[in-house]
Design a protein around this ligand. Structure first.
Ligand SMILES: [Zn+2]
Length: 143
């Protein structure tokens, strides 16, 4: 059974207890890594200014964090970041890997009655084609 690295555990510990409960179930079914939980306001502004985030303040900035960034982790590969230049042959499958993983996360949260939003389906209508900004690693508590 997969387990979190100490770094992932430390990052997850900065998150809301509901996110911790969901991701402690997820790891039992799908290996993954926690990229970021709580994010300082300074780092949020850096990301915003670098156009890597759409918001100046968000759910990562709450204490505890109401958002977590997590990615699938594959044996022998690590995080399968979709990259058209570095890994063109597997680009689409790498992308699907994130969608497949998000399905685990969203379904587990639903089974626990925890309202969760994934960055690949912001309006939570289960339709991916109506998205105009994908943040495939982002999961947040709906407030
Ligand atoms: Zn995020």
């Amino acid at each position: 059974m997969p387990v979190y690295s100490s770094q992932s555990r430390a990052r997850l510990s900065t998150c809301d207890a509901r996110l911790q409960r969901v991701f402690n179930e997820v790891i039992m079914l799908h290996d993954c890594t926690v990229i970021e939980g709580h994010r300082s306001r300074e780092r949020q502004l850096e990301l915003y200014n670098a156009k890597r985030s759409k918001v100046k303040a968000g759910k990562h900035n709450e204490q505890p964090s109401l958002a977590v960034d997590a990615a699938p982790y594959l044996r022998g590969i690590g995080i399968p970041w979709p990259d058209r230049k570095k890994r063109p042959a597997t680009f689409e499958k790498d992308y699907w890997q994130f969608v497949y993983f998000a399905g685990f996360v969203v379904a587990i949260a639903a089974s626990m009655d925890i309202p969760l939003r994934w960055g690949g389906d912001w309006n939570r209508n289960l339709l991916l084609s109506d998205q105009n900004f994908d943040d495939l690693v982002h999961f947040e508590i709906v407030t």
